[in-house]
Design a protein around this ligand. Structure first.
Ligand code: C5P
Length: 293
């Protein structure tokens, strides 16, 4: 029995424009995925008997919906391997927060098991297995920050400047389909070329078209966004939502600035908890992170 540990990083959408809708209801997007060093860790225990199982229960995620198991089954089916695996998962990326945690876990399963099982699929083939698992899974198999088009599968690598991020998760769970199906979602943003983004490759570029819908349906996310902007802690960095939320982020030039902002917010929240518990929004996570290549 050999155990392997593999990280699965979270992503931020630096901007997200909805540029159309396909006949099957999926939306055509233009976005930039940036990976950050907030990671889940997966443990793999390869087994010879072909059984695929999980070592850890994911609260609220039954086995048949668990993307790590679905990814392992997809690779096993595609390659006909007789091997199995037990998958352990240490969750740090918030679930349903727009940070792609489940998608990243699934991609890490595909990449790791392809090695451990010796099934020899190319990265391209793994990306094809990834897409039916979710629109955000291919970019994590791609493995680097990317400009994405289509539903998220048409990927071009981009080199991004070194930046740090403060990520904050308001106390709200946002189901992605509810946001994409909202009647007031803007679906006709103009197409841009990568060159336009690369002229200003930061979170100040463009917008997240899902934000107004989330802010309308989840006032606690709007409240958290406003509160973050008003504290003077972000030093003018705009607050943006990642994916379909609820996570919000602000970009900084230096990690030390993001760490300071994290400490200041945590201190305000601790102090306010003791004195007047209703004066600040609830966050489930406030964390400084480094942007990855
Ligand atoms: O692909 P994934 O399972 O992550 O998508 C969740 C839901 O989000 C889809 O069922 C769809 O309603 C919506 N979606 C979309 N267009 C995308 C990605 C997701 O409409 N490009």
């Amino acid at each position: 029995m050999t155990l392997y540990d593999v990280p699965a990083p979270a992503k931020l959408n630096l901007f997200l424009h909805v540029v159309g809708r396909r006949a099957d209801g999926y939306h055509l997007l233009q976005t930039v995925f940036r990976f950050i060093d907030l990671c889940d860790t997966l443990h793999f225990d390869v087994r010879a008997d072909g059984v695929i199982s999980r070592a850890t229960e994911l609260p609220g995620v039954p086995e048949e919906q668990d993307l790590t198991l679905r990814a392992a089954h997809a690779l096993q089916r595609a390659t006909g391997t007789k091997q199995g695996v037990q998958i352990g998962l240490e969750k740090r990326i918030p679930q349903g927060g727009g940070l792609g945690g489940g998608s990243s876990d699934a991609a890490s399963v595909l990449i790791a098991l392809n090695r451990l099982w010796g099934t020899g699929l190319s990265r391209r083939e793994l990306m094809e297995l990834a897409l039916p698992l979710g629109a955000d899974v291919p970019v994590f198999v791609f493995g680097q920050s990317a400009f994405a088009q289509g539903v998220g599968e048409d990927l071009t690598a981009v080199t991004l400047p070194e930046r740090a991020y403060l990520v904050a998760q308001p106390d709200a769970s946002v189901p992605t389909p509810r946001i994409f199906s909202a009647p007031d979602l803007t679906r006709d943003s103009s197409y841009i070329t990568i060159a336009v983004f690369l002229a200003s490759p930061t979170s100040r570029f463009g917008r997240n078209d899902l934000e107004p819908v989330v802010y309308r349906l989840y006032p606690e996310v709007l409240g958290a966004s406003r509160w973050l902007a008003e504290q003077g802690i972000l030093r003018g960095a705009p607050v943006r939502m990642s994916g379909s939320g609820a996570c919000l982020f602000a970009e900084f030039s230096e990690l030390s600035e993001a760490v300071l902002a994290e400490a200041e917010i945590s201190a305000i929240m601790r102090g306010a908890d003791k004195i007047f518990s209703q004066t600040h929004p609830r966050f489930r996570l406030v964390q400084a992170c480094t942007g990855l290549a």
